[in-house]
Design a protein around this ligand. Structure first.
Ligand code: C5P
Length: 308
């Protein structure tokens, strides 16, 4: 049971990975960010953040065996440290907590793992410190932390505009989709993939491609969306990591309905028609990439799973 009063001994918040079902990218704006028209879809690969009271700040990270714990940055520029500091400063409280992140979301994988951690830590510390931050403030802090962080608070199927931080729920939130996820041994830097996009699409329009048809069909049977998945960062990611073409080809050979690079990559995701189909495709992809996972979506955004 979740107690409603008294200071908690610990709070655990779970936040999901994302896929972009559509990622339309425009020419860079004056501030260097790229205008996006994107359909975010939260899938059931999670990072859990547990926070406990402390008289100082401590951050510890544990990772699933298929992830490289040394790839997680732990310094003061870590998005979780920035999230805690922003929330503490808003309320004038010290940023003191013992924070443990258990990661399942690929690091630098194009699945917004850092954004998930930031959203989770905002929700967890808000509860631990008894702050009762308004939704408006939470979303403002989230947008300040990163383009994908507001989505990580929301989960579900979401239309993202602006640089991705302007979020609006779209249909299909109750229609389950099945995915096979192939991780890569080494992550890709998001800014590097955007830079490659700029080099490869020097004549890109300032207006990103819109996902009108996809949004219209989001609640329809899976065949309706199979041909509508799209990622403008796929070609730049493939240019930086040509071996990902083999991963996409292997997914097609294994019988996936569609495959694409997730966000800025290098994770590749494959749409399937059912849990059984996904398990079959995953078996066909055995040995491809670093690790093969099956997950469904859409799932909830950052939410409390334990309050002790
Ligand atoms: O917003 P976030 O901090 O997650 O973005 C990380 C980097 O990705 C930015 O510094 C920028 O290089 C690139 N980016 C971009 N346009 C966006 C989102 C991210 O160029 N819409």
């Amino acid at each position: 049971m979740i107690p409603t009063s008294g200071p908690p001994g610990s709070v655990t918040v779970r936040a999901p990975a994302k896929i972009n079902l559509h990622l339309g990218v425009g020419a860079p704006r004056g501030d260097g960010f790229h205008p996006l028209l994107t359909v975010y879809h939260a899938i059931g690969i999670y990072d859990d953040v547990t926070v406990r009271p402390s008289d100082s700040w401590r951050l510890t990270v544990e990772t699933a065996p298929y992830l490289d714990v040394t790839a997680v940055p732990l310094g003061d520029d870590n998005i979780v440290v920035r999230a805690a500091t922003l929330l503490a400063d808003l309320h004038g409280v010290p940023a003191h907590a013992d924070v443990l992140i258990r990661k399942e979301i690929p690091v630098a994988g194009g699945m917004a793992g850092g954004s998930a951690d930031a959203a989770a830590v905002l929700v967890a510390l808000d509860r631990l410190w008894g702050l009762d931050t308004s939704d408006e403030d939470m979303f403002r802090l989230a947008a300040e932390l990163g383009s994908d962080v507001p989505f990580a608070l929301m989960g579900g199927n979401v239309l993202g505009t602006g640089r991705g931080e302007v979020v609006e729920s779209v249909r299909g939130g109750d229609v389950v989709r099945w995915w096979v996820v192939v991780t890569a041994r080494e992550g890709l830097s998001t800014p590097a993939v955007y830079r490659r996009f700029d080099a490869m699409a020097a004549d890109a329009s300032p207006r990103p491609s819109p996902p009108h048809r996809l949004v219209a069909f989001l609640a329809d049977p899976v065949e309706a969306i199979t041909g509508l998945l799209h990622n403008d960062l796929q070609e730049p990611a493939l240019d930086l990591r040509p071996e990902l073409r083999d991963v996409l080809a292997a997914g097609e050979k294994a019988g996936a309905l569609a495959g694409l690079v997730s966000g800025s990559g290098p994770t590749c995701v494959f749409l399937c028609s059912s849990a059984d189909h996904a398990r079959g495709v995953a078996a066909g992809l055995d040995g491809v990439g670093e690790h093969v996972l099956v997950a469904n979506g859409p799932v909830a955004g950052a939410h409390v799973v334990e309050h002790a």
